[in-house]
Ligand binder design. Structure first.
Ligand code: 6SG
Length: 208
């Protein structure tokens, strides 16, 4: 029995990064898939701390909030830096990734048709910040010399943006190389190539 269970809708969504992370860290986990029909009954929602999914279980510990889950996995699997200083920088970078993820989610769920063109035009202003941070660190990771949960979250967000705008990394060589190298890590590659991953839509409304 794997110790980990993810309870979520049949999308990549807010579980994309944690699944990539679990795969790369050689973990197995159980997927508990919630359908829309089941969710709207409300029984499960009533048990969720903030009334939302994902829910993540590590044995008898139940966690909500996708970034708290990533941090938990960072602590469990040595992907939270080498010391407190690095951990704080990783938190900072992950919050930056979350800001970009929220902009993306707003586009997808609220203004896809009217806002896509302007979003893609503005995207370099956001990607350039990650490009600069990654180039400055110069190790192939956002912080320090080893992979952290923030790298997995950045990878997930960048992969989604490459679907939205396939050329968006063409002017950002460091980010482009980051995506290529991370995606080629054997366990990440196997996960990204798996049906379990490929069959899931990125988002819950069919837009991507
Ligand atoms: C949706 O927003 O999937 N959770 C979502 N939606 C249902 O009743 N800050 C936290 C975190 O980081 C955000 C949680 C997040 O963990 S994620 C949730 O619980 C609710 O609020 C995006 C996603 N969307 C798919 C979706 C959910 C409801 C409508 C569309 C899937 C399709 C239909 C039902 C379930 Fe559907």
């Amino acid at each position: 029995m794997p110790p980990y269970t993810i309870t979520y809708f049949a999308v990549r969504g807010r579980c994309g990064a944690m699944r990539i992370m679990l795969a790369d860290q050689d973990q197995t986990w159980k997927e508990n898939v919630v359908t829309f029909d089941d969710w709207v009954k409300g029984d499960l929602k009533a048990t969720c701390v903030f009334g939302q999914l994902p829910k993540f279980e590590d044995g008898d510990l139940a966690l909500y909030q996708s970034n708290a889950i990533l941090r938990h996995l960072g602590r469990n699997h040595g992907a939270y830096g080498n010391d407190n200083r690095e951990a704080s920088l990783i938190d900072m970078m992950n919050d930056g990734v979350e800001d970009l993820r929220l902009k993306y989610v707003k586009l997808i769920y609220q203004e896809y048709d009217s806002g896509k063109e302007a979003y893609i035009k503005d995207l370099p202003n956001h990607l350039s910040k990650f490009e600069a941070a990654m180039a400055k660190n110069n190790t192939g990771f956002l912080v320090g010399n080893k992979v952290s949960f923030a790298d997995y979250s950045l990878l997930d967000v960048l992969l989604n943006h490459l679907v939205l705008s396939p050329t968006c990394l063409d002017t950002f060589p460091t980010l482009k190389s980051f995506v290529e190298k991370m995606s080629a890590r054997p366990k990440i590659k196997a996960f990204l190539d798996s049906d379990a991953h490929k069959q899931l839509p990125i988002n819950g409304n069919g837009k991507q």
